[in-house]
Design a protein around this ligand. Structure first.
Ligand code: PMP
Length: 311
């Protein structure tokens, strides 16, 4: 397809460290591993950013809670408590020697056996860390967003809040087809209501007449930690905000659109389908600045949101 694609920050280009608990030096998983063969692993994505006194992990405890909830939902048994996961994730980040990273803790099974009763497998912790663009990196020109013909999975098919490696094939399908058509990402719709759910690895926000709206959690979506952060920052800033049903027409008529996710933070949308959005993004700009100040430890944040990365 010849449509030029908007530049977006490169994430995942350089993996800088692999830490596998209980197996120092082991950096690969057996090809026959059940987690490879069936996508039976649960994971998180967490960012660290340069702070005034060193790197800071953002909302580490919330990510650990979600990881533990994902494991519990799938009946994955593992030996780790919250403190140990916190120690290992901080350690995996520190091992890179970098401030701006994306850390991917995973609970996976190296056991090379078939079958899908997860209670029969031993799971353990591993983490891969990538160098990631810093909080000083300006928001790009904006992405091209389309609507995917592929709906999100129903909550009756799979719990929407669970981050399992296997269900990212759903996102991969929507994203790959959107990229083929010249777009950077796609909004996926709720399978029952046909309204906007989320993008392939991010939540969606729209601004209309100064009011900030994101789809409510009754649609089939992962209620992202960045989404929650943005809702709270918007409240702090006195922005009129709502979690509501959103249709494709609502997106098409929006003054501003942006995506939120741990990996890339707040990402402005420059084109929605064939329509070019206005280049001025006053609400996005305020929230993006507030988010960067927050994750970079430049302003006071909620208790527990910033964890120093100490070796
Ligand atoms: N939706 C999906 C499907 C995702 O994979 C992600 C990334 N975790 C998000 C939304 C955004 O969630 P968060 O802000 O917690 O990264």
């Amino acid at each position: 397809m010849s449509t030029p694609r908007a530049a977006s920050p490169q994430l995942g280009a350089v993996s800088v460290a692999t830490v596998v608990e209980g197996a120092p030096g082991l950096t690969s998983v057996p090809f026959g591993s059940n987690s490879v063969q069936h996508g039976t692993a649960v994971f998180e994505g967490i960012r660290s950013h340069a702070g005034p006194g060193g790197p800071l992990l953002f909302r580490l405890d919330d990510h650990i809670d979600r990881l533990l909830a994902s494991a519990a939902a799938l009946g994955i048994e593992h030996p780790y408590g919250k403190d140990e996961l916190r120690r290992m994730i901080v350690g995996a980040t520190a091992a890179t020697g970098l401030a701006d990273t994306y850390v991917r803790p995973v609970l996976y099974t190296p056991e090379a056996r078939l079958g899908v009763d997860l209670a029969r497998f031993a799971f353990r912790f591993g983490a891969e860390t990538w160098a990631a663009p810093g909080t000083g990196t300006p928001a790009g020109p904006g992405i091209r967003l389309t609507v995917s013909p592929w709906a999100r999975p129903s909550p009756r098919t799979f719990p929407t809040g669970v981050k399992a490696t296997g269900n990212y094939a759903v996102s991969a399908l929507a994203k790959t087809r959107a990229a083929e058509a010249g777009y950077d990402d796609a909004v996926q719709l709720d399978p029952h209501t046909g309204r906007v759910a989320e993008a392939t690895i991010a939540n969606v926000f729209a601004v209309r007449s100064g009011r900030l709206v994101t789809p409510w959690t009754r649609e089939s979506l992962l209620p992202g930690i960045t989404r929650d952060t943005v809702l709270r920052l918007a409240e702090d800033l006195g922005v009129d905000t709502g979690e509501e049903p959103l249709t494709v027409d609502d997106l098409a008529g929006a003054d501003e659109l942006f995506l939120t996710g741990t990996a890339l933070g707040l990402v402005p949308v420059a084109h929605f389908e064939n329509r070019e959005l206005p280049p001025e993004r006053p609400v996005f700009d305020r929230l993006d600045r507030a988010y960067r100040d927050c994750v970079g430890g430049r302003v006071p944040t909620r208790p527990g949101w910033l964890t120093p990365v100490v070796r």
